[in-house]
Design a protein around this ligand. Sequence first.
Ligand code: NIG
Ligand code: FE
Length: 406
Amino acid sequence: MADWDLLLTNMRIATLRDAAADYGVIEDGALAIADGKIAWLGPLSECPAHDARETRSLDNRWITPALIDCHTHLIFGGNRAAEYEQRLAGVSYEQIAAQGGGILATVNATRAAAKDELHESALRRVRQLAASGVATLEIKSGYGLDVRNELKMLAIAKGLGEASGLCVQTTLLAAHTIPPEFRGKADDYISLICEEMLPVVAERKLADAVDAYCESIAFDAPQIAKLFRAATNAGLRVKLHADQLSDGGGAELAAHFDALSADHLEYTSAAGVRAMAKAGTTAVLLPGAFLTLAETQKPPIDALRANGIPIALATDCNPGTSPLCSIPDAMALGSRLFGLTPAECLAGVTREAARALGLEEDRGTLEPGKRADIAIWDIDHPRDLIYWMGVNPLSELLVGGRPLDT
Ligand code: NIG
Ligand code: FE
């Protein structure tokens, strides 16, 4: 007889387990949890004989996989709302960067901030994400840009996982922009990352992946290729901010290095899409940045679909281009701005977001053997999650089978 910790009954389940079957709905479902994992799920009528320590009725609510935010920069000092006012008055993101604002403004504020202060402000954002149904999130460094401050950011990111009870994946984004000390010497800075940061980060296991910003205002393809070779040699997977403001061949570069994901992709070419398809690189779309930068060129959605590329969606939560701290709102924007279907949006923040983090074997769908990371919703249908904005229908979040106090 099956030995379970908890049996959930009387609910509708969106398993998201099959890309060909939209939400993968089970009506009148039941789901069993043992040792923090899903032990069984299916229609209640097919439930095997069991010995469950606790059974709970969910009163006909819906459950989905807990949500995953696979691209955030949510640790930062300072505030760049004033830059947004400048942009509204016609100054471009690139112009602000050239004047020493933009990412560098946040670098200055982040370097100056105490660790506790950064932890506290970021923890508020992590809790906000958890309150909207997120159980796993990725957090990038990239506002330190020297050994001490990049390590400080990664250590804070790890601490946020412990403090919040969520699963945090960390990414070294030291190649976010050229730090002031290296102005005009981008190659030297890339060498510093490869020779001094990466070895320490790899040895102390501070990062799960390495990211870079491929753009005219940041790094070019040869510089990033050098970084990615070093990352790969250190045993770390890579991902890339690719083709956000112009086609810099970012998608091809990411695919060449077998990247987990290529992110943004507004200016990606047909050749870039084909390269991603061949390599199995996940596309991460970031509608918050598209909206905030008043971008008009959409990512090549039809080509991504036609090539069978998994499409994930994320908040890109950051102080400069995406002041967005809600995954349901990222879904709403993904459908409004990019024309993604509600089922694509929900898959984008569950199954495909897990894939973007290399965690697809372990989470992102509701299937036996996967982590019992489950969001319980007060909704009539999963499409409601994409339709409403600024409304929070989350009823409860289970992380590893246990209720998280959101
Ligand atoms: O994902 N594109 C580069 N990085 C961020 C922006 C960071 C910032 O402006 O502070 C992004 O949009
Ligand atoms: Fe980003």
